[in-house]
Design a protein around this ligand. Structure first.
Ligand code: NDP
Ligand code: 8X3
Length: 248
């Protein structure tokens, strides 16, 4: 039987690669994002029977409700929620950061994620489905300028683990994937600069959206008695050593 995934943030990076990987494995996908033309291109590439485009801003609750209510029958029985839509904005220290950027990250990475999860939980329980969420190493090891992004991802990492406790006995599987550096549009969005993005990734052999998509697909397709609680993949060339000492 064909299974259905609801993948947020499928217009770029990890989400887009996840839709491709899941469809290649025989899944149907609801693909969400604000950029309608990109979702249209995915439908053209993979087929309208495989991909349903749901164009909405995850911060807009009415639009989220409408997108869920408008799911065609073939896409309505969701077996897997991939909580992927998210972003960082800015790298300034907290004392100089823009409050609007902070609000955007909280609204997207925290509020929208928990809201969508709550709305889809009854269906996921009914179908003994699965939730896979994109947290981040930024939620486990802080770095300068990470501030609210790091906080939002610590929330994501922990909320996802907490879901596992609440879903005890339901058969619903829950996994937090907490990657290090993945070359996507993430740094372009964070800095507004293609140059800054190219400079960060150059020579580092970072992970790709396809690498993470491969892990998401693997987790999703494990036998139903197995649950991966958390995964923390990194490129070999990145590590988590970061202690600093300021000298007077
Ligand atoms: P990209 O910028 O390439 O993709 C982000 C996706 O999120 C886009 O599809 C974008 O769609 C969507 N999105 C962002 N804001 C909204 C919104 N308000 N409404 C709807 N969709 C939205 O980044 P990544 O693929 O790298 O990031 C995916 C997830 O992985 C994020 O949660 C990120 O925090 C996490 N992550 C990324 C890492 C990295 O190094 N790249 C490492 C660890 C975690 P659109 O703009 O069309 O709306
Ligand atoms: C994205 C990874 O290290 O750039 O979550 O914060 S990092």
């Amino acid at each position: 039987m064909t299974r259905t995934a609801f993948v947020t943030g499928a217009t770029a990076g990890i989400g887009e690669a996840t839709v491709r990987a899941l469809v290649a494995g025989g899944w149907r996908c609801v693909a969400t994002g604000r950029r309608k033309e990109r979702l249209g291109a995915l439908v053209d590439e993979l087929g309208a029977d495989k991909v349903h485009p749901a164009v909405f801003d995850v911060r807009d609750e009415d639009a989220m409700d409408q997108a869920i209510a408008a799911l065609p029958g073939a896409f309505a029985d969701i077996d897997l929620l991939v909580n992927n839509a998210g972003l960082a904005q800015g790298l300034k220290p907290a004392q100089e950061a823009d409050l609007g950027d902070w609000q955007t990250m909280i609204d997207t990475n925290v509020t929208a994620m928990v809201r969508l999860t709550r709305k889809l939980l009854p269906k996921l329980i009914e179908r003994r489905g699965a939730i896979i969420a994109l947290g981040s190493v930024a939620g486990n090891y802080v770095y300068p300028g990470g501030n609210v992004y790091a906080g939002s991802k610590a929330f994501a990492n922990h909320f996802t683990l907490a879901l596992r406790a609440d879903l005890h006995g339901t058969g619903v599987r829950v996994t937090s994937i907490e990657p290090g550096m993945v070359e996507t549009e993430f740094t372009l969005v964070r800095t507004g600069s293609q140059q800054a993005s190219d400079d960060l990734y150059r020579g580092s052999n970072p992970m790709t959206g396809e690498d993470i998509a491969m892990m998401i697909k693997w987790v999703a397709e494990l036998p139903p008695h197995l649950n991966i609680n958390r995964l923390e993949p990194m490129p070999v060339n990145q590590d988590f050593a970061g202690f600093r000492v300021a000298r007077e």
